[in-house]
Design a protein around this ligand. Structure first.
Ligand code: BGC
Ligand code: BGC
Length: 824
């Protein structure tokens, strides 16, 4: 088809860059609804803080504060990622803190030995305390995400992610996990952990569901205080004594209420905010948590990082929290009117320390300094923020601790993966597994049996550990990176051999002599944050190889145990049907042996350990049940909150419905958003074009297309998608793009389904370097003859000549303005 020449049906939405705070694929949050984003602190409960203000500490802070210049004070408000700053910078800039984000490490080496971390901290520390002008010396502190163990450090004990811990219902063990994690962190000298996450996740499509203990506030509340005490020590006891580090409770508030969307908007009432999402803080803060991290997300359209009624009104004034609020990763830049390099509004709302990554921290410093001097940031607010930071440093012993390498636990690298810590983790693995089905007594495995261990997750410590494991996404790691870890396969092998049987590993399930029983370990590949957001809860919609493996075993008459690794409950009805036993093992971490402790019986054939895990998230019966809540009318899960079988309680499950609704959620419209392709889509190039990935807002979230001559790049759907409703609804194809090399030929945007149609877009591609948006009404394609009911290639960019273009988003959305096709 050929669209009439006049049909340059595109619109440059505006020359302005697309605002980063608009969640891709969603309408701008601040346009919707009358729901208020102002909290009423007087309606919030008062908390009984166990740590009282200490006059000696306050006096010490006062003395320092009086002797500090405004330059010194502003410096304390900045925390900068080690990827963006060097120790030498601290000779001039006395900043409050550094951090390592999920992907930053000493010498840019994610696998740097622990000694390198300690060495680097010494260098930062030395520079931070070097000062000859007589003004107060305030040592730098280092924050890290020790969210399931000291997970950035090779050799550390990795505990189950929070969702697994939630299933244990064991606050005492949580405390010991916190202690062990703090000790391993302290071994590297690092003195601050961004944990625990106390999100009360209400929509399991969210990529951070696994960082949540439970969908029920009570479970989260029972853990948060215990974890803080484990990390920091107990007020009145070992509080901030050697082996403890500063904790940061995150992400404040309602990070788990954003409708399954990372950094999204929690559209909930104030009572829901208070009674559901605040649960963790009601125990973490009384336990003495020294820092709180405001959330990236919004409440009724207002970014939490800029919400004064929440940060100042509730957290500080109502609750009396006297530690400090550290921002999330450049989150301040998402507050309206702010950039990453300039955001007085966040400080004025109650943020005390910016978390910054990027090359512009000197600008952030300079802008904040100017605003502190000209009164944009009132002196009282500046002093309050600095006072809080100094108070935390005094309480944490930062001024006495000395060089990181001189601290009591520093350099004791045998704490990493210490046998006592691994034993705690292994107990947590045992207690976190939830038995969902056990038919015909296939479990426990007889130790004398011939056991086949199969599946992609069987011998993969990275996969069983999930995101935030050595790397941010938990990808790119191999078993060799876990010198102290054990895969699930190794654990089973050990247990079966100890029992006199024989175990064989075959990831693809092939065998020469028929086994007595098979264990198939499979599940989600690691992810973190937005890359884990999913449109539905269907497990692996586009790749059913695991299901086929289970079915193959069944067809061969081999009793089969499914061990499911996942960061959330998922729709696995077909997989449950295909297995005789089904175990939800979550993301157990480095101690795979804990799985065998429960699965494999002792020599006497009796279980060595029974299952104890109880679901902390409801398990869906259908793939669209992502917001199950037992208080809702019509609550109809497959397995309810609290469910979990044991050897004592039998476990057959009637055959489950395997029907998969044709429309699997509305998110097929997010064709390519934040680095992720819609379900069932892939990118295919033809002709003289190369396809790569680049970072726009996050790692590798954008495509880079380099045409050296005629060619095309298409988004190809495995299964045709139905866009007829969208076309009727006057939606458009919205492309976020940036031209890096102007076109030398003609460029079109096309769509195919039955027939193909194209729209010329060359005119929109003049001028390089700026992110822009192109809007093409779907009607252009429908009118051009595309069968909108069966679209196989929703987007095809074709060029007849050279062109450099980067694409960060492709989605079907309502266009921001009146657009007609061909009428221009
Ligand atoms: C995450 C936080 C984390 C921070 C530092 C952010 O993107 O939301 O949970 O603490 O990065 O890595
Ligand atoms: C960092 C993470 C951070 C994320 C934010 C990554 O580059 O390593 O720590 O949470 O960016 O999007």
């Amino acid at each position: 088809m050929r669209v009439a020449a006049g049909c340059i049906a595109m619109l440059l939405a505006s020359a302005a860059p697309v605002p980063a705070q608009t969640p891709a694929g969603a309408p701008a949050a601040n346009t919707a609804g009358a729901a208020s984003a102002t909290a009423h602190p007087e309606t919030w409960p008062v908390l009984a803080m166990r740590r009282q203000r200490d006059p000696k500490v306050e006096a010490r802070v006062d003395v320092m504060l009086r002797r500090m210049t405004v330059e010194d004070k502003v410096g304390q408000l900045l925390q900068v990622d080690i990827a963006s700053i060097t120790p030498a910078d601290f000779e001039t800039y006395k900043l409050g803190s550094i951090l390592n984000g999920g992907n930053s490490a000493p010498n840019n080496d994610e696998f740097a030995p622990a000694a390198e971390w300690l060495k680097l901290f010494d260098r930062f520390y030395d520079a931070s305390v070097k000062r000859s002008d007589g003004r107060p010396v305030v040592p730098v502190i280092w924050g890290t995400d020790a969210v399931h163990g000291a997970n950035n450090i090779v050799g550390a004990t990795l505990f189950p992610h929070n969702i697994g811990l939630g299933a244990m219902r064991n606050p005492a063990l949580i405390r010991r996990i916190g202690q062990a994690t703090a000790a391993e962190t302290a071994a590297t000298g690092i003195d601050w952990s961004f944990a625990p996450t106390v999100a009360v996740v209400q929509d399991d499509r969210w990529g951070r569901t696994y960082e949540s203990y439970a969908e029920e506030p009570a479970v989260v509340a029972s853990y948060a205080g215990a974890m803080v005490e484990g990390i920091q020590g107990s007020v009145g006891g070992d509080f901030m004594k050697p082996g403890h580090v500063i904790s940061s409770v995150k992400h404040f508030l309602a990070d788990g209420g954003t409708g399954g969307r990372d950094q999204g908007d929690a559209r909930v009432s104030e009572p829901v905010l208070r009674e559901v999402h605040a649960a963790g803080y009601t125990t973490a803060l009384p336990a003495g948590a020294l820092t709180v991290m405001p959330s990236f997300s919004s409440w009724n359209g207002t970014k939490m990082t800029g919400n004064k009624s929440i940060l100042t009104g509730v957290l500080k004034d109502r609750w009396g929290f006297d530690g400090f609020a550290v921002g999330d990763w450049n989150a301040h830049g998402q507050v309206p009117g702010c950039t990453n390099e300039d955001c007085a509004a966040a400080i004025n709302a109650g943020l005390d320390m910016f978390m910054y990554s990027g090359s512009g921290w000197k600008q952030l410093y300079a802008n904040t300094l100017r605003e502190a001097k000209d009164g944009t940031i009132p002196t009282a607010r500046l002093d309050d923020a600095v006072r809080r930071i100094l108070r935390v440093k005094v309480l944490a012993g930062t001024f006495e601790a000395g060089r990181p390498s001189s601290r009591p636990l520093a350099g004791k690298f045998d704490l990493l993966g210490a046998p006592e810590h691994r034993a705690i983790a292994r107990q947590a693995v045992r207690e976190s597994m939830v038995l969902l089905k056990n038919q015909g007594g296939v479990l426990p495995l007889k130790p004398s049996a011939n056991v086949l261990v199969a599946g992609r997750g069987a011998d993969d410590i990275g996969m069983q550990s999930g995101g935030w494991t050595l790397t941010w996404q938990g990808t790119g790691v191999t078993n060799a990176n876990f010198p102290n870890g054990q895969s699930i396969w190794r654990g089973i092998d050990e247990a079966v051999r100890a029992g006199g049987g024989r175990a064989t590993l075959a990831v693809d399930g092939r065998y020469t002599s028929k086994p007595d029983v098979a264990v198939v370990v499979f599940g989600e590949a690691p992810y973190a944050e937005f890359s884990g957001d999913r449109p539905t809860l269907e497990y692996s919609p586009d790749d059913k190889a695991d299901l086929q493996l289970l079915r193959k075993m069944k067809a061969a008459g081999i009793p089969t145990v499914a061990v499911f690794l996942s960061g959330r409950p998922m729709w696995v009805n077909p997989e449950i049907n295909a297995a005789d036993a089904f175990v939800a093992a979550w993301l157990p971490g480095s101690e795979g042996g804990g799985v065998a402790d429960v699965l494999v019986a002792g020599r006497d054939g009796r279980p060595r350990n029974d299952f104890r895990g109880a679901l902390s998230f409801s398990w869906p019966k259908r793939l669209d049940q992502y917001t199950l809540n037992r208080r809702d009318a019509g609550y109809d899960p497959l397995f309810p909150f609290g469910y979990g079988l044991s050897y004592a309680r039998g476990g057959s499950v009637p055959r489950l419905d395997e029907t998969r609704p044709a429309a699997t959620g509305g998110d097929q419209n997010a064709l390519f958003v934040r680095g992720r392709l819609a379900p069932g889509a892939r990118v295919a190039g033809e002709g003289a074009v190369t396809i790569g990935r680049i970072d726009r807002l996050a790692q590798e979230d954008s495509l880079r297309l380099a045409f050296t001559g005629a060619g095309s790049v298409a988004l190809v759907q495995t299964q045709p998608i139905d866009l007829s409703r969208e076309a009727n609804g006057q939606l458009s194809m919205v492309v976020d793009y940036r031209v890096t090399a102007a076109p030398t030929g003609q460029v079109t945007l096309g769509m195919a389904g039955g027939k193909a149609a194209t729209v010329p877009i060359t005119a929109a591609l003049q001028g390089t370097g700026e992110w822009r948006q192109l809007v093409v009404p779907l009607a252009c394609f429908a009118d051009g003859g595309v069968d909108m009911r069966g679209v196989t290639r929703p987007a095809v960019i074709a060029s007849t000549g050279r062109l450099g273009i980067e694409v960060s988003g492709l989605r079907i959305a309502s266009a921001p303005g009146p657009v007609t096709c061909g009428a221009r």
